[in-house]
Design a protein around this ligand. Structure first.
Ligand code: HXC
Length: 517
């Protein structure tokens, strides 16, 4: 019993306790270059917007003295809040309680939050900082992870899921972030299935935490991380920026922002942009940055598979997904990693009503045993699958090379692009001129006194007669050939028409397709 005043007092005391962390724990967290959950929450959410859920949750484990190690919240802060006015669901793992380890109840808080966010149609933002499965809780902890993964999958394509890794993320714990749409890693974080000690014991390899699963490795080599954040503040800035391009759910449109950039802006510099020499590289981001609204391009996966560029931008204020080949790296050819990068991005845009604009300059798929044995056939097919199944507005601009299967894969008309444009510098054919000439004139070249001269003259002829964009345009595979300076104006006008696109093709009923994953 007790008076109402006493009950309120008790509640206030319990609330205080829920927020209490020992000085030692806080100091340890700070010493590791990390903020506490409360400090992180303050930087992430709009002031006074947090509604905490599961504040008094506690674990019910008893083994290994666990009945004496309890804390309100069980090592994870979960709830609803606003980020720059947008409603979001957030969870933040608290390393100061048992290393943020995931027990049954900790997991259940995260899983129910994701379930709630899916029903509410709001993005899920997760801040991971955890030693993984709570060892003392055994299989209950694994069950908890299973629940999180299951709900990640149910939420996939319904609400955006963004995960920041701001500490350890090891073992099976990596799979919740991996099931999310975007991973941001701080320089202090790491992700791996098995740590350096197990690696050494299992295969004798010596490797540091950083080399095995640091931010740099995952952003450049594995492609697991989409963004690197230099420090914790950068994580929160990035989450806010990323959210500004995303709708809250699959039934909403991405947020429109009046950027003030002139939709009728001609870009004269583009008329002299393309090098005369067709094998000379250039940075396709120089095209992207001038065509889209000023300073709106947010590159995703910028350190990974650099032979392709993907990211979000605004065109006349509307969010678009940009996909491009990057001639600066591997001549812009497609390979295993760029296929994964492009197909994943295209599928994300399609799921969340983001029109796709593709810039093509691709000499083909990268040759060699590394690629073939690594399954470039299977991976390359993902791009074809992604474009073919997508129904959002799609505009493609062929800047220069568009050869072979890569031409088809890169958002061609044949895979459902709504409108395709080409610059007059476009070259579209089954294969590059030289290779083609050496095959079709094999006999003539063998007999020639000066085969190289002969190749040169045939190449010119091939370029002007076969690879010319006018041939594709005559078939209707290209809707128009545009002057480069017109690119922005044409794209804006076209996008404004395509915004009302409704594509509900009568596809054969099926449970789901089978993308070549
Ligand atoms: C229980 C854990 C824990 C865990 C850390 N702690 N990880 N408690 N289960 N998984 C506790 C520590 O005992 C310690 O408790 C406190 O958290 C802080 O940890 P420290 O080791 O002091 O911190 P630090 O030196 O920063 O090292 C962090 C760490 C290390 C690298 C994460 O704690 C570590 O290696 N932990 C184990 C990681 C691991 O192997 N996890 C299981 C992965 S397999 P006290 O009482 O001292 O404060 C997995 C399977 C998931 O997760 C499968 C899902 C499908």
């Amino acid at each position: 019993m007790g008076t109402i005043d006493e009950k309120i007092h008790e509640l206030v005391e319990k609330r205080k306790k829920a927020r209490l962390r020992s000085d030692e724990a806080v100091e340890k967290q700070h010493k590791a270059g990390k903020l506490t959950v409360f400090e992180r929450l303050e930087k992430l959410l709009d002031e006074n917007s947090f509604i905490e859920l599961g504040r008094f949750v506690q674990h019910r484990a008893t083994e290994f003295g666990m009945e004496k190690r309890k804390m309100y919240g069980d090592g994870v802060l979960t709830g609803l809040g606003n980020i720059e006015g947008r409603k979001v669901a957030v969870y933040l793992q608290d390393f100061t309680f048992m290393g943020g380890s995931v027990g049954e109840m900790h997991a259940s808080k995260i899983a129910s939050l994701i379930r709630l966010a899916t029903k509410l149609g709001i993005p899920v933002i997760g801040i991971n900082d955890s030693g993984g499965a709570r060892i003392q809780e055994g299989v209950d902890s694994l069950k908890g992870y299973g629940d999180i993964f299951y709900n990640n999958v149910q939420a996939s394509g319904v609400v955006p899921q963004i995960t920041a890794i701001m500490g350890p993320c090891a073992g099976g714990a990596v799979y919740s972030p991996a099931l999310a749409d975007f991973i941001i890693m701080t320089r202090k974080s790491f992700m791996f299935i098995t740590g350096p000690r197990v690696v050494k014991a299992a295969i004798g390899e010596e490797v540091s935490f950083e080399e095995l699963g640091g931010a740099e490795i995952h952003a450049t080599k594995s492609g697991v991380a989409h963004f690197i954040a230099e420090d914790e503040d950068s994580v929160f800035i990035l989450i806010k920026k990323l959210l500004s391009y995303l709708p809250s759910n699959n039934l909403s449109d991405p947020p429109f922002i009046d950027t003030g950039d002139d939709p009728n802006r001609y870009i004269e510099s583009l008329n002299s942009f393309m090098p005369d020499d067709p094998i000379k590289p250039y940075d396709v981001r120089d095209v992207i940055n001038v065509v889209f609204d000023t300073d709106t391009f947010l590159e995703v996966h910028s350190h990974y598979a650099k032979n392709a560029v993907v990211g979000f931008a605004r065109l006349n204020g509307y969010v678009v997904g940009v996909v491009a080949n990057q001639p600066l790296h591997l001549a812009g050819s497609l390979d295993i990693d760029s296929s994964d990068k492009i197909s994943r991005f295209v599928r994300f845009c399609d799921a969340f009503n983001i029109p796709i604009i593709t810039f093509v300059d691709v000499p083909g798929f990268l040759p060699g045993t590394m690629q073939e044995h690594g399954g470039v056939i299977r991976h390359g097919a993902k791009i074809i699958y992604a474009y073919s199944e997508s129904t959002v507005p799609k505009i493609t601009v062929i800047l220069r090379k568009a050869y072979g299967g890569a031409y088809i894969a890169m958002g061609s008309k044949h895979l459902g692009a709504d409108i395709v444009y080409a610059w007059p510098t476009a070259e579209i054919a089954v294969m590059g001129p030289e290779g083609a000439i050496r095959i079709i004139y094999k006999r003539e070249l063998a007999k020639s006194d000066n085969p190289e001269e002969m190749v040169k003259s045939f190449v010119e002829e091939y370029r002007s007669r076969v690879a010319t964009p006018y041939l594709s345009a005559s078939r209707g595979y290209i809707d128009d050939i545009i002057i480069p300076s017109e690119t922005r104006v044409v794209l804006v006008r076209t996008l404004m028409f395509l915004m009302s696109k409704r594509e509900r093709p009568p596809r054969p009923p099926r449970k789901h397709g089978l993308p070549p994953v």
